[in-house]
Ligand binder design. Structure first.
Ligand code: SF4
Ligand code: SF4
Length: 379
């Protein structure tokens, strides 16, 4: 069992091998030993509580790759969470943390926008139904999440996912302005106690809707619900798993798409929720689509730079991490990139832009919808 180092003997077990440093995406761009997993572990072992050490705790995307390679089986991401909580308690966390706490408390989303605009993306669809996908009760609740609700660059994800659900005849609803932030951005900032009101509210909405399933196009929201919402009677599924089942049941016909596509494993979907094969099965189900793998994938999947609130801590460095992933994508010479997370999509777009690459980045839902549209128009 992976363990969270806490005692002096636990900390002493670190072999100082540096395997964690070798795979750490933020260390790769920041370059400071104090920002590396090994360096942060060392400062925790030494009990350092100064502002510099506390700030370094946020030089991390919480991608989980370090834990994957640690020979003494430390649960390093759990330690990073714990240390961020301690930084908040000691009022030594970076200034963005308090801003984030205030924003989510007041707005119920991380963008500080009116929360009743959460489903505005529906208004941009010419084919949306009159009820705008909002029904008082439904079998399935589609929990959209802050990023694709509010970020125009990725609003195509919920639009196409809603189209696919409609085409498959799924009885689903959005919670609209009654959907509140899931709590994940607060938890990773070290603000776990503040997630409770959000959790309670979202669970009340779920009960009122009476859904038997909740589906998520954002793996971080899925992870928050799976690990912290205490839901036992309702199924929580990633969009990839849900769509995979619909395709296998013959409820979604896919048309040909002659395209080579490289799939990127989002950290929270892959290492976080263990969902690796459903996205690949979906892509393989599209006739004509040639699936390519990155040099590092599955449990060794490479972070996009967008996790762990790292972008709020250091947007420039997060962009450099994204550019590193984009370089790796370029090595596989695809015609498009597929992923299954709005934040990964945003970061990959940013990374490719930094390299001057024009490659399109699509979510699985967008690729499937494209295959339905282009496939049918191809005949
Ligand atoms: S979780 Fe990822 S970013 Fe954070 S220390 Fe580990 S490898 Fe580095
Ligand atoms: S991989 Fe594990 S044992 Fe090696 S330096 Fe990192 S924390 Fe220590």
């Amino acid at each position: 069992m992976p363990r969270v180092p806490s005692s002096a003997s636990d900390f002493a077990a670190c072999a100082r091998c540096g395997y964690c440093n070798a795979v750490c995406p933020t260390y790769a761009v920041l370059g400071w030993e104090s920002s590396s997993p090994r360096g942060r572990l060392r400062s925790a072992a030494e009990g350092r509580r100064d502002l510099g050490a506390a700030g370094r705790r946020y030089d991390c995307t919480l991608c989980g790759r370090c834990a994957q390679v640690c020979p003494v089986d430390y649960d390093l991401p759990a330690l990073w969470h714990h240390l961020r909580g301690k930084a908040v308690e000691a009022a030594t966390a970076p200034p963005f943390v308090e801003r984030l706490a205030r924003t989510v408390d007041a707005a119920k989303n991380v963008f500080d926008l009116p929360n009743d605009e959460r489903a505005e993306w529906v208004a941009f669809m010419t084919d949306a139904p009159a009820d705008a996908f909002t029904r008082p009760r439904a079998e399935v609740l589609y929990y959209v999440g802050c990023v694709s609700s509010f970020s125009p660059a990725v609003q195509g994800i919920p639009q196409d996912f809603a189209r696919l659900l409609t085409a498959a005849g799924v009885d689903f609803t959005l919670a609209g302005g009654e959907e509140w932030c899931c709590g994940f951005p607060l938890r990773v900032a070290g603000l776990a106690p503040q997630t409770e009101a959000l959790r309670r509210h979202n669970l009340e909405r779920l009960a009122a809707i009476g859904a038997q399933r909740v589906v998520f196009t954002c793996p971080s929201c899925l992870r928050e619900w799976r690990e912290h919402y205490g839901v036992t009677q309702v199924e929580l599924l990633s969009a990839a798993e849900f769509l995979d089942a619909l395709v296998r049941e013959g409820r979604l016909a896919l048309g040909p798409l002659n395209l080579s596509v490289t799939y990127h494993d989002p950290c929270d979907l892959g290492r976080g929720c263990g969902v690796f094969e459903a996205p690949r099965r979906l892509l393989a189900a599209v006739p004509g689509l040639k699936l390519r793998e990155l040099p590092e994938h599955h449990l060794d999947g490479v972070c996009c730079g967008g996790g762990g609130d790292f972008e709020m801590r250091d947007a420039a460095a997060a962009g450099e991490v994204a550019a590193g992933l984009a370089r790796m994508v370029r090595e596989t010479a695809p015609q498009a990139v597929a992923t299954a997370c709005p934040q990964c999509q945003r970061m990959l777009q940013e990374g490719l832009h930094r390299l001057g690459e024009e490659l399109p980045v699509w979510d699985l839902a967008q690729i499937l919808q494209r295959s339905r549209q282009e496939g049918s128009s191809n005949g």
